[in-house]
Ligand binder design. Structure first.
Ligand code: SAM
Length: 353
């Protein structure tokens, strides 16, 4: 398993016209400046290695701003009829018993024209895995995802018959774990439609067709082949896949879409989310999304680095923000101190059981 990340908030990219999705954009404001990032450095930790460290800027940036941020239009992605096509030309790897697409191969395909948002070329040209309001990092698997997967197993978190949202899903591994845990429904959301089409959907399909309705696990060996020779057409979708829905767009827009949709919507029993609190400018939208979509007795499991140097977000700042809103109670249920400190936070409504 290999990880290569860069991390840079690129202000200029917000000025560029983006994709067809961004039709109901409000004002995109510049984000924090990151001054001396070593551009192009390949690293196993996007934050630690690319950040110059904040020093006094960190102190200055502590309060989430009330800026208006980009509102990327939300849409639902249908599962394509030909599941085989989704996995064509994909290079699969496995970790923690889950299949996932090798993102370098996807990035190459995207550079060859499969990326209508142009996020891969923008990411390559700016040498950044985050371009605020344009690309939010979902093509790569971020390390806290694996922290949360480990926590689910250590704490014996139950997904059976639960409705689950993988918020800011990227590769979607958290949602796939819930699906394997016999969740009744799993919804996947990412900011970028390219991520949903090229990474999330293929990953979910790969894991579904491998184990059929039981979603069997792979082993931990690497593999270069998709897990089945010729997957089925949509009329014979594996049971697990029929329990999934896929959405792209900014959090507030996705929330509006879900709440206004003709399709029946019941609030989520569990919302899982990893590495989504790096940017304090998004806290308001994130908080309101959780508040509007979580069932009254539901739980949020959030994995994050303690601090995102250079961007300003992190656990203490988000905790403070949540406390001020006075809607949720929070508790840190696990802390990992290897390298940069990372945490798992559990959230529940203040008046819940
Ligand atoms: N959860 C994945 C992981 O751990 O590998 C991806 C983490 S990536 C750093 C952050 C994710 O948060 C993006 O994939 C994006 O979908 C989501 N995200 C960040 N800001 C967002 C926003 N304002 N609206 C919607 N999604 C957002």
């Amino acid at each position: 398993m290999s990880f290569r990340f860069n991390f840079l908030i690129d202000e200029n990219k917000n000025d560029e016209p983006d994709t067809q999705d961004k039709t109901d954009l409000q004002l995109c404001t510049p984000k924090r400046k990151q001054e001396s990032t070593e551009k192009g450095k390949q690293t196993a930790d996007p934050i630690a290695d690319s950040s110059p460290g904040l020093g006094t800027d960190e102190q200055r940036d502590k309060t989430p701003s009330k800026k208006t941020v980009c509102v990327k239009t939300a849409k639902e992605h249908n599962v394509p009829e030909d599941l085989g096509k989704i996995l064509e030309t994909k290079f699969m790897e496995t970790a923690s018993g889950l299949y996932y697409i090798n993102s370098s191969v996807v990035e190459k395909k995207c550079l060859d024209g499969a990326d209508e948002e142009g996020i891969v070329s923008k990411s390559v040209s700016s040498r950044s895995d985050l371009i605020s309001g344009v690309y939010e990092g979902g093509l790569k698997i971020w390390e806290c995802t694996f922290d949360l997967i480990d926590y689910f197993s250590e704490a014996e978190i139950q997904f059976t018959n639960k409705t689950v949202l993988d918020l800011g899903c990227g590769a979607g591994l958290l949602g796939i774990v819930a699906l394997k845990g016999k969740a009744e429904k799993v919804h996947f959301q990412d900011y970028n439609s390219t991520v949903i089409n090229e990474i999330t959907l293929p990953n979910v399909v790969a894991n579904c067709i491998k184990g059929g309705s039981t979603m069997g696990c792979g082993d931990d060996k690497k593999t270069s082949k998709p897990p089945s020779k010729r997957p089925k057409k949509a009329e014979h979708l594996p049971d697990a896949l029929t329990r999934c829905r896929f959405f792209s767009g900014e959090w507030s827009a996705v929330t509006r879409l879900l709440l206004s949709s003709n399709k029946p919507f019941s609030k989520y029993d569990v919302i899982v989310t990893s590495e989504t609190i790096y940017n304090p400018d998004y806290y308001s939208a994130l908080h309101d999304t959780l508040a509007q979509l979580l069932d009254e007795n539901g739980r949020v499991y959030l994995a994050s680095k303690a601090h995102y140097f250079g961007v300003g977000g992190g656990i203490p700042l988000f905790e403070e923000f949540v406390e001020e809103r006075n809607v949720f109670r929070t508790s840190i249920v696990k802390t990992t101190d290897k390298g940069l400190q990372r945490c798992i936070m559990e959230m529940a409504f203040k008046d819940s059981s």
